[in-house]
Design a protein around this ligand. Structure first.
Ligand code: GDP
Length: 534
């Protein structure tokens, strides 16, 4: 369609791409983010993202904890423009204890970038986050990082992804050497070699020398051994590798793979260009009215994350909303599907490196931050036009469980209020014993730090000092079919049943082994590792 015939929304959809990076700590997410922003011209000197982290530490409040431990708990959205594309990078918390927030952020993303350290290959957090991407059939682009250091063989890494994740791969580029002998990559799309120019820091965008594969000078540049190795490896790739299939990429069944070194900038721009060509546009979403296309003209969106007190000067809560359709305009009024209330969306914020900027309009694929006067919960839909509700954001299996005790009965009210609000905000999941005498809530977290943050905030924001009594479980499964199904199954060994906040039965197991035992012995019992929000 000629551009002039497109509506404003159609144009916005066509030019937007959003993604989140999934990785294990230390794989280089901060470094890659910084370099992507550098190419997008959003920052001129790399180092700004780290500086932002520092600055954020200085301005946080309950996040004093963050300061004490030097880790990044919060996540924001980084917007930049490259080749006329508006790119939204949904930044996720770096610390693994906060992967529950990361899970939810993936619910707002249309694409994911799986960042892997070439020396380490697949690591635990990457595997977990990969599973979440698969649940949503999210396209996954793989960037193998740190090629400037000795790492594992490229074929071996590809094999690991194929075998262990069951994900077909297509190497878009191929590394030439590694570590001290890293010379560059061969771009299989253009059939050209990009030679790496080693620079000391790589704070500026890297220039590279591009040369044809059959250029006689190549053998000399690479040295004979690497040259012949490259030719041989490319032949093997052509023989054993699958054909590139964009449909399979969009279905999350094939991952385009890129090799490079974020620290030295090498391969980052090649990756960005190819990513923009292959990435999925803002996607349609499933709702109570069926599939809603992003070009639907009414404004709709859903809340995927809430965050309290990001800035002590404001002492507010921010609701992060993924715009699904239509155009968002400052001060517009919308309907809140869960409560039926009309809400005015004032003080919208765009979150960016230097802090908050106000935002006047946003389109499908964008994320907006709204001051949350307590109306929003995770998974809530806001809409104009016909009433609709998007599919909720699921709860994921927590791995750490503990009774939360309030030793001071006079603080009962604050304690209840705090627990309810922190649960609604998604800071933690709350479960209860099926035994009526045990009324203390059970905190169910993905990481230990989540429990500490809840205790810290109860003390600071609600003035309640609490005690923790750890429980010896590490796996939770929701029972399909509810209490009836559970009763029918009879006695289950090595597990206890509790109820989640919506009264649904959840089985807690000490470890995976016990879970597998029960799954084997009782195939009729259907257990789920995720549950929809109640
Ligand atoms: P994050 O925890 O995933 O955000 O990782 P960082 O971006 O903070 O990087 C972790 C460490 O790896 C830092 O010391 C980086 O300087 C280093 N690093 C990141 N990318 C590269 C790379 O391409 N090559 C090398 N040699 N080191 C890298």
């Amino acid at each position: 369609m000629p551009v002039e015939l497109q509506t404003e929304i159609e144009q916005a959809v066509a030019s937007r791409r959003n993604f989140a990076i999934i990785s294990h700590p230390d794989a280089g997410k901060t470094t890659l983010t910084e370099k992507l922003l550098l190419y997008g011209g959003a920052i001129h000197e790399a180092g700004a993202v780290k500086a932002r982290r520092e600055q954020r530490k200085a301005t946080s409040d309950w996040m004093e904890m963050e300061q004490q431990r030097g880790i990044s708990i919060t996540s924001t959205v980084l917007q930049f423009i490259y080749n006329q594309f508006q790119i939204n990078l949904l930044d996720t918390p770096g610390h693994q204890d906060f992967s529950e927030d990361t899970y939810r952020t993936l619910a707002a993303a249309d694409n994911s970038v799986m960042l892997i350290d070439a020396a380490k290959g697949l690591e635990p957090q990457t595997r977990k986050l990969f599973e979440v991407c698969q649940l949503r059939s999210l396209p996954i682009f793989t960037f193998v990082n740190k090629l400037d250091r000795p790492g594992r063989d490229a074929f071996e890494l590809i094999d690991e992804i194929e075998q262990e994740l069951g994900l077909q791969t297509y190497a878009v580029n191929w590394p030439i050497g590694m570590g001290d002998r890293f010379k560059g990559v061969f771009d299989r799309r253009q059939g050209k070699v990009h030679l790496f120019e080693r620079r000391s820091h790589g704070s500026k965008a890297a220039g590279d020398t591009v040369i044809e594969l059959d250029d006689p000078r190549l053998e000399e540049y690479l040295d004979s051994e690497l040259y012949h190795q490259l030719k041989e490896e490319l032949e093997i790739l052509d023989e054993i590798g699958a054909e590139f299939d964009l449909e399979r990429v969009h279905a999350g069944k094939m991952t385009p793979i890129f090799f490079g070194s974020a620290m030295t900038n090498f391969g980052v721009e090649l990756f960005l260009k190819a990513f923009l060509e292959y990435a999925q546009m803002p996607e349609s979403h499933n709702s109570s009215l069926g599939i809603i296309e992003p070009t639907y003209e009414e404004f709709t969106g859903f809340v995927f994350k809430l965050q309290a007190n990001m800035d002590p000067k404001h002492r507010d809560r921010v609701a992060f909303i993924r715009v699904c359709t239509g155009k968002f305009e400052k001060d517009m009024t919308v309907q809140h599907a869960r409560t039926g209330k009309t809400v005015r969306l004032s003080r919208p914020q765009k979150l960016f490196a230097q802090g908050r900027e106000s935002l006047d309009e946003a389109f499908p694929g964008d994320i907006i931050g709204l001051n949350n006067p307590g109306v929003f919960a995770i998974g809530d839909t806001i809409y104009n036009g016909k009433k609709l509700e998007y599919e909720g954001i699921p709860c994921f299996s927590p791995e750490i469980f503990a009774y939360l005790k309030n030793p001071n009965p006079s603080k009962f009210k604050q304690f209840q209020k705090g627990i309810t609000e922190l649960r609604e905000e998604g800071a933690i999941q709350v479960m209860y014993s099926t035994d009526d005498f045990k009324r203390d809530p059970i905190l169910a977290a993905v990481g230990q730090l989540q429990i500490e943050v809840v205790q810290f905030r109860l003390q600071n924001e609600y003035n309640v000092e609490t005690r923790i009594e750890p429980l010896p479980y590490s796996v939770a499964r929701w029972v399909h079919g509810g209490w009836d199904a559970l009763e029918k199954a009879g006695r289950i060994f090595n597990s206890i049943s509790v109820k989640d906040n919506w009264g649904r039965p959840v089985l807690l197991f000490k470890n995976e082994w016990n879970l597998r035992q029960v799954e084997q012995d009782m195939p009729e019992l259907k257990l789920n590792s995720i549950a929809p929000v109640g």
